[in-house]
Design a protein around this ligand. Structure first.
Ligand SMILES: [Zn+2]
Length: 313
């Protein structure tokens, strides 16, 4: 594996729009946290008809900052949403109504859920549901490969479920760049919490982006731009595969719950993040169950003990 590609020295001035590429400005919201890093990045694309990508959390100061950056002489023509988590989508409706512009996304918070997660969410107690914007409803539901164009830009929709079922990346066609949302970020790997998160789908979405060799830059939902996205994709793919190996190795010692496995495997993260990391481990375990490599003792749930398929617990 190549060197660690994560960028953690990112200190944007909150509420100030900065030009980061020709025709593209970034405005970071005042919602920094352990999960959102310095805050959500809202992108303003275009000089005349402005596309807002991920308007961000329901925060009056952020709304004012977006309106101020757009200014009276320009107009918001489209509001794009990568996925409906509360740090990305809640301002979409208000902003779109004020600008008389449509909200564009894959669909509501249940759109794009895999058959597996649909089945499990009906038959098992999965927990999860952190940060879901349940009220989110776009005006225009985008499809895989659909391209929306204005005078200065074209954005193509790329379905990338995994972090969230309705996650889209947006291909900024003129710039060979991708708005990568929370699927691939520069500062950390993403949370995969079932049933909105799906590790099998996440790995497929990583592999889908790996095949897009012409993409030169990513603009993520949190953190700095990624100048070598293919290095990051390879790193993250290898990282998840090594987590899987760690989980399988730990299960060799006997059945264990996701939380117990997390305590043993995630030795490098602060204590406060362990419950979130346990959601990632649970996502791995569901994926392993589906691939017949692990099994829960009793009903599948985040509290269940899991054991290796070939071994009697
Ligand atoms: Zn998210």
């Amino acid at each position: 594996m190549q060197s660690d590609p994560f960028i953690t020295d990112f200190t944007p001035e909150i509420g100030v729009a900065v030009e980061i590429a020709a025709g593209l400005r970034r405005l970071t919201a005042p919602n920094a946290s352990a999960m959102t890093f310095r805050g959500t990045n809202t992108y303003l694309l275009g000089e005349v008809d402005i596309a807002v990508i991920d308007p961000g959390p329901d925060h009056p100061a952020h709304l004012q900052a977006i309106l101020g950056a757009v200014g009276a002489a320009r107009k918001i023509s489209h509001v794009f949403v990568t996925h409906s988590h509360v740090d990305h989508s809640p301002l979409a409706r208000q902003l779109a109504d004020m600008a008389d512009a449509p909200v564009l996304a894959l669909g509501d918070s249940w759109t794009g859920r895999s058959a597996l997660m649909k089945r499990l969410s009906e038959t098992a107690q999965l927990g999860g549901g952190e940060g879901v914007d349940a009220d989110f409803k776009p005006d225009i539901c985008l499809h895989e490969g659909e391209v929306i164009s204005a005078r200065e830009w074209s954005l193509g929709a790329i379905t990338t479920p995994g972090h969230f079922s309705n996650h889209l990346c947006f291909d900024w066609i003129e710039a060979h760049a991708l708005f990568s949302g929370d699927h691939v970020m520069s500062w950390a790997t993403t949370l995969v919490s079932p049933p909105d998160g799906d590790l099998t789908a996440f790995m497929n979405s990583l592999e889908k982006l790996q095949k897009r060799t012409a993409d030169q830059r990513y603009f993520p939902g949190h953190g700095a731009p990624l100048e070598d996205p293919h290095h990051m994709l390879a790193h993250q793919h290898a990282h998840r595969k090594s987590r899987e190996s760690q989980i399988l190795a730990a299960l060799e010692d006997g059945a264990a719950t996701p939380l117990a496995l997390t305590g043993r495997i995630y030795t490098e993260i602060p204590e406060a993040l362990i419950p979130m990391a346990a959601r990632n481990v649970f996502a791995h375990l569901i994926d392993l169950v589906e691939r017949n490599m692990a099994r829960p003792l009793g009903p599948l749930s985040p509290e269940a003990s899991f054991h290796l398929s070939g071994k009697t617990p």
